[in-house]
Design a protein around this ligand. Structure first.
Ligand SMILES: C[S@@+](CC[C@H](N)C(=O)[O-])C[C@H]1O[C@@H](n2cnc3c(N)ncnc32)[C@H](O)[C@@H]1O
Length: 172
């Protein structure tokens, strides 16, 4: 017999209605991203943003790495939870420009350091700058072929006791 609870539609609806409150600015960003069509499926869900925000608060995480920013939902959720420096890696100006708009609207744009030359280049630059062991948390949510590189790079860049979040964490 299984020992975990599957998320049925009814359970998800109950959870969405009662387990967290999505800030208005995140809701607006989600609605604008939805207008992109099929690509919007890349965005994390609001319950995931709330959970990641909880982890940021519980850890007192301030310095974060993000591989895969898209329209900025996860980075904004983490900034609103208290992260003060989020180094983001992506390759799309078009998608991250949407994020910038909402980071500015939420008053957290100065906490987000966006790089558009991809995750590997960002890791190499941070290591060359002597930033190994200085980050609290890494979120890996980018091109799947890069996950080994982002994971190994995060191991070097995180402090002892730091946390790596991987989306998805299983093979489909
Ligand atoms: C699943 S989405 C990220 C979703 C985002 N975390 C959110 O909260 O909405 C994946 C992102 O990875 C980006 N990406 C693709 N290749 C990349 C690379 N080499 N380095 C970093 N990001 C990359 C894509 O442009 C896309 O924005």
């Amino acid at each position: 017999m299984g020992k975990t609870i599957g998320i049925t539609g009814a359970l998800y609806d109950y959870y969405a209605a009662h387990a967290y409150r999505e800030p208005e600015v995140l809701k607006e960003l989600r609605e604008e991203t939805a207008r992109l069509g099929g690509e919007s499926a890349m965005q994390i869900g609001p319950e995931q943003g709330a959970f990641m925000g909880l982890l940021v608060k519980l850890m007192g995480a301030k310095r974060m790495l993000e591989f895969g920013t898209f329209t900025g939902y996860s980075s904004l959720a983490m900034a609103l939870a208290g992260a003060t420096r989020i180094t983001c890696a992506d390759v799309s100006k078009e998608w991250t420009d949407i994020g910038r708009k909402y980071w500015q609207k939420a008053g957290v744009a100065d906490r987000i350091d966006l790089h558009l030359d991809g995750g590997k280049a960002v890791i190499d630059r941070l290591l060359a700058n002597g930033e190994a062991g200085t980050f609290d948390l890494a979120f890996i949510d980018a091109d799947k072929t890069g996950y080994d590189t982002y994971y190994e790079g995060s191991l070097k860049l995180l402090r002892q006791g730091g946390l790596i979040l991987i989306d998805p964490a299983f093979a489909r």
